[in-house]
Write a protein that binds this ligand. Sequence first.
Ligand code: ADP
Length: 481
Amino acid sequence: MTRGFSTSRRLALGFGALVALIASASAVALAGSARVHDGLNETRRREEGVRLSLELASAVRDQYAHQAHTIIIGDASHLGFYGEARETVARLTRALRQAAERPEERALVDSIEQESQRLDGIFRERIVPAVLRGDRAHVQEEHGRAQLSVTRIQDLTQALVERFEASIRAVRRDLAEVERRTRTFLVALLVAAPLVAIAVSVVIGRSIAAPVARLEAGAARMAAGDLDTRLDVRGAPELEELARRWNDMTAALKGHQERLVESEKLAGIGRLAAGVAHEINNPLGVILGYAKLLRRKCDGSTAADLAVVEEETLRAKEIVDGLLDLSRPLPAGAGDVDLRALSDEVVSRLAEARLLDGVAVKVDGRASAPGHPEKLRQVLVNLVRNAAEAAGSGGTVEVRLAERDGLAEVAVEDSGPGLPPDGRDRLFEPFFTTKPRGTGLGLAVSRAIARAHGGDLAAVGAPAGGARFTLELPRRTGGEA
Ligand code: ADP
């Protein structure tokens, strides 16, 4: 589980990318609308500034009109109206100061205010006293100054109006740009979202749906009976792991099936053998008895022929006994068997029977396991005998015993020619033999006995060139007595 992202991370990344796109689209739209809202408010304040400037210009003209009236009438009767007009100008100037947000606008309002105070000062301090004195020449002179001041105030308010209008135009241009940018961005996101969605579904499809489809196809092949099927799945790590487990399971199932077929085959042979063994054994016994009897009475070539009859009858009995071994269940109850002692005993019996002549046999190590001594002796006899036959005169046979991982192991290794290349897979099949007078039952019976003990018997080529057969038996665990 080391390669690539897990399915949940892939899904989170895919959907996360989509959500991020949608979130940025919403953020851009929100930011755009906030900017437009601010811009509209600013425009409204600037328009209010324009209105106030125009109103102020008109109020100053009004103020001047009241000054002119006082000059024309020549007394102080109009001063009350003048005071109101002056008050209106002062109020509008204050309001305009609120609307002027930028320094240059405030500077203009300051100038308007100063000029307006100057105009008021000219009127109150110079024109009104001159009017009341009747000093026309002085009135004329100051009136000219007042006119100049009014013109300056008109110019200043006009400049302020132009500033406000310029900033309104700038805000509108800015808003148009914001609107254009927001629209472009949203269109790009709307185009990108389906593309990202397609990419996400392709990636998820590749890493999840396609491997699942391959798993499904593999399951179908397996259901159709193809146990050699192997899945090569690339994609999400969990699915790769699932495919690996699936392959392990199929291999194990195939192994079990092969064992089942094998044991069914052995059981079939056993049932057949058990059925006929009794019938065959009796006539064989009779033939053997008569052959022995006749051989004693005869001599010469007839005795030699009868010896052959006797020998072949014994071989036939051996085959029948082997077949019966395949079918007989193990006797109940099993004590611990000292496999070292059993191996030594087997070697010395075979030596006594002159079956190990010329072969150097060595037994090494120790091991014990619960089992049936007679049955296990039969296995060891078969293995050591086969090894000695393969090693031949001048050869060596080594029986090595060991205990590891809850198993007792007996390895029988010889210096012979090694396993027959074309029969490696068939060694344990009943009746498979490469020997002219072999029965082909020794290894089949031995493996059946090993498996009946919960263990196994396997063959490998020995590193030195000969053959090695390993018998494995489960040892008694702590809880068992
Ligand atoms: P048999 O000994 O009657 O042939 P087995 O079942 O004991 O029957 O052996 C089957 C075959 O396995 C033998 O004929 C031989 O070809 C092969 N075989 C068994 N043991 C060895 C060995 N130690 N070295 C090489 N081949 C062996």
